[in-house]
Ligand binder design. Structure first.
Ligand code: NAD
Length: 443
């Protein structure tokens, strides 16, 4: 009999973001009765670039960090996907995120493939000079893998428009060619698009509104908890608050707050900008002002506990693997809007489905970001500048169109929204591969 510790170790070892992606993928490929040739296409990324970036710190010391660019599939267009700077960004995570990008670009039907990048580092505490050096070095080491018609990065966790601006500048310096399309999510003054910063949240907001409208649910009666208060989380908190939803919980990596009476995310954002934490209005480091908290009906909550707090809508907007078999049974929300990539494990998905929780999956819910990246890329090619209203209405048209197709596919095939979105994305990718002659009739 196999030793249990060994068995458990082996099981732990094979549970990675990429194996979790493969579990969902295989469930959908089984549903399609896919043959070996089709399975082989989706099982591995097309290219994996693993390099080291060296950074000279301000104190003169040098540090090396692993850097990744994984190009999953480019059947439908240039590889596309964000770059994250995070201590836990490893190859398995970046592979999984690249695969999700390939499905996502096909779900919203924009002419891109899927890729993702990362540097395994702790960017918090780096000076602006260090961040700039790190961003430029990433472009230098990735060399020919990146390009406006090859592979176009974008922002993700701990990266932003300033970093994208440095990356474009570095690429243009090396290539000597004007290349606005090489990255998206750039500053407005340097080839960015109106609405890109808040696009991920905006797209999720449009889908959520449509889901609630169809279910005849009044937004003003909905209590929302949001994990993560960065680009995606802070923006959706503000959209929902403006629309009359009650934000009951917010968190970032340092901690969270909960209030039955509701939280004003604009006020929280002001203090987050000043202090660097969601709790900044109430706490200085770990010392909190009990009187101020009491006056606003605020309780402290851990970022982890926000997942199971009392709310109607849960929005994971931070990292992956936060809704698992351990906590899915305790989730109180009726709806989950996945602005984060990969927040829910396949085991948790099964538990949530049994409980009747409606999950709006990442490959649809957060596809607003890549949709507006596509608008930015086309504006870069044509030299046009779209108004904020045009960006907003085109985003709404595309993401709601994708939502309706996912919904139709789910009904027709008797699938969850996640599996239906995967099915839709895979079918679209296969259609293109077929006309390109990438598979011998089996796709
Ligand atoms: P960000 O760096 O702007 O914000 C991340 C937020 O998560 C921060 O508030 C951080 O404090 C918080 N966080 C980190 N670890 C946490 C933890 N353990 N518990 C609670 N909060 C924690 O990143 P972002 O761009 O907002 O990305 C957030 C998620 O959305 C990621 O999963 C990303 O892949 C996904 N996403 C982003 C975009 C985009 O355009 N930025 C597009 C699609 C999907």
């Amino acid at each position: 009999m196999m030793n249990t510790t060994l068995m458990n170790n082996q099981q732990t070892k094979v549970d990675t973001p990429y194996t979790r992606f493969l579990t969902t993928l295989n469930a959908v490929l089984d549903h399609m009765n896919a043959d070996e040739e089709v399975r082989a296409i989706f099982e591995h990324p097309q290219h994996i670039h693993k390099k080291t970036v060296s950074l000279m710190r301000d104190d003169g010391s040098t540090e090396d960090y692993p850097a990744f660019r994984v190009q999953f599939n480019n059947a439908r267009g240039p590889y596309k996907g964000g770059i994250r700077f995070h201590p836990e960004a490893d190859l398995e995570e970046v592979k999984a995120l690249s695969a999700l990008m390939a499905i996502k670009t096909a779900v919203v039907d924009v002419p891109f493939g899927g890729a993702k990048g990362g540097i395994q580092c702790e960017p918090k505490g780096m000076s602006r000079k260090e961040l700039e050096a790190l961003s430029r070095e990433y472009i230098r080491v990735m060399g020919d893998a990146i390009g406006p018609y090859t592979d176009c990065p974008a922002p993700d966790v701990n990266t932003n428009s300033m970093i994208m601006g440095w990356m474009r500048d570095e690429y243009e310096t090396i290539s000597g060619v004007f290349s606005p399309g090489v990255v998206t999510g750039k500053p407005l003054e340097y080839g960015g698009s109106q609405g890109r910063d808040e696009a991920t949240a905006r797209g999720g907001f449009f889908v959520l509104e449509e889901v609630l409208e169809r279910a005849a649910i009044d937004p003003s009666e909905q209590r929302v908890a949001i994990q993560g208060f960065g680009n995606a989380g802070a923006a959706i908190a503000q959209f929902l608050h403006e629309k009359g939803y009650t934000i009951v919980a917010l968190s970032d990596s340092k901690g969270g707050i909960y209030s039955r009476e509701g939280i004003d995310p604009f006020r929280i954002n002001k203090y987050k900008k000043k202090t660097g934490q969601v709790r900044g209005l109430y706490c200085e480091e770990s010392i909190c002002d009990a009187g101020r908290m009491q006056a606003d009906g605020i309780e402290l909550i851990s970022p982890k506990d926000i997942i199971t707090c009392d709310c109607d809508i849960l929005v994971p907007a931070a990292l992956d693997n936060v809704i698992t078999a351990r906590n899915a049974g305790d989730i109180k929300a009726e709806f989950i809007l996945e602005l984060a990539n990969g927040p829910t494990t396949p085991e948790a998905d099964a538990i949530l489905e049994k409980k009747g929780v409606r999950v709006i999956p990442d490959v649809l819910a957060n596809a607003g970001g890549v949709t507006v990246s596509y608008f930015e890329w086309t504006q870069g090619r044509s030299g046009e500048q779209w108004t904020a209203d045009r960006v907003d209405s085109e985003l709404k048209r595309i993401i709601l169109g994708a939502y309706r197709e996912v919904r139709r596919e789910a009904r027709r095939e008797g699938l969850s929204y996640r599996h239906a979105a995967f099915l839709l994305g895979i079918k679209r990718m296969l259609k293109t591969m077929r006309v390109r002659g990438w598979c011998n009739g089996s796709c």
